[in-house]
Design a protein around this ligand. Structure first.
Ligand code: PLP
Length: 291
């Protein structure tokens, strides 16, 4: 396959960078996770413009100047799908500071951009889309970087997410639920959180969670079919007694949560509201939505 690298397509194995790459040392960079789905009219990248807009906003927050226009990076993503002959794909645009200098100063460094695309199935397991996953509340919280910078999908923001995920995996769970610094539910390690209670869908406000593109899609779809959606602070015990819970994300799509901290949620499997939204989501991404 090929990877778009600073404006040209290079063979997968040649898409390399030096060990003194600044972002490798200090972790400041921005990225996106994007998916293309097969549709009747060929592969279509879901919400491409929204992902590219978020990439530029993330870079703006970090003071990083991406040396391409949004149109150029949209074209790069389309080309990465096309030139790799993919019908369905996960795309990873990423911007990083190069190896042109060390020390924390980065304004004098070059910003490099890659777009990779490959086939990637269900992030949290195909069978779990139906069965649901087991989740552990993390001892790691969304620390201040994430609280103040959760608008940025930035490399350095993922240390806590990774610590939380590894902790959950070590306890035999599939994913972590991170709380904010006040103890309210924030999000998964790479997913937004939703729960259903008495016919209403609840999701945390965006004070300590990424402004997920899948989150917005699900909120819109729910409202379209008449299920009320509210943003509110959610406590851990509210999740324990919820009727249903699920995670959303470009990678995780809509993944039901069947258990939190050893307590089964609702019927202990995928709930009816989750299943309905999952169906609507897959219809939309595959171009089968009436709109
Ligand atoms: N929260 C975090 C921390 C993420 O990394 C992601 C990843 O993409 C999400 C939420 C979900 O966002 P989206 O639906 O835009 O993929």
């Amino acid at each position: 396959g090929v990877i778009w690298y600073d404006g040209r397509m290079v063979p997968w194995r040649d898409a390399q960078t030096h060990v003194l790459t600044h972002t490798l040392h200090y972790g400041m960079g921005v990225f996106e996770g994007v998916r293309a789905y097969p549709t009747e009219r060929g592969p279509a990248i879901f919400r491409l413009a929204d992902h590219t807009r978020r990439l530029f906003r993330s870079a703006h927050i970090l003071g990083m100047n991406i040396p391409y226009t949004p149109d150029e990076l949209n074209a790069a993503q389309l080309a990465a799908v096309r030139e790799n002959g993919l019908t369905g794909a996960y795309l990873r645009p990423m911007c990083f500071f190069g190896p042109e200098g060390m020390g924390l100063r980065a304004d004098n460094l070059q910003v490099h951009v890659i777009v990779a695309a490959w086939e990637w199935g269900a992030y949290l397991g195909a069978e779990n889309l139906e069965r649901g996953i087991r989740v552990k509340t993390s001892s790691y919280s969304r620390h201040h970087v994430n609280v103040t910078m959760c608008k940025a999908k930035a490399n350095g923001n993922y240390m806590n997410s990774m610590m939380a995920l590894h902790e959950a995996l070590g306890c035999g769970c599939d994913e972590a639920l991170l709380l904010d610094t006040e103890g309210y539910v924030a999000e998964g390690s790479g997913e937004n959180f939703f729960m259903v209670y008495d016919g209403v869908i609840y999701t945390p406000e965006l004070t300590s969670a990424l402004d997920g593109i899948t989150r917005r899609t699900i909120m819109t779809l729910a409202e379209e079919v008449g299920i009320p959606v509210r943003e509110k602070r959610i406590t851990r015990d509210e999740v324990y007694v919820a009727d249903e819970a699920f995670f959303t994300g470009t990678a995780a799509e809509v993944t039901p949560i069947r258990e939190l901290d050893g307590r089964s949620i609702g019927n202990g499997g995928r709930g009816p509201v989750t299943e309905r939204l999952q169906g609507l989501y897959f219809d939309v991404v595959q171009g089968r939505h009436p709109k």
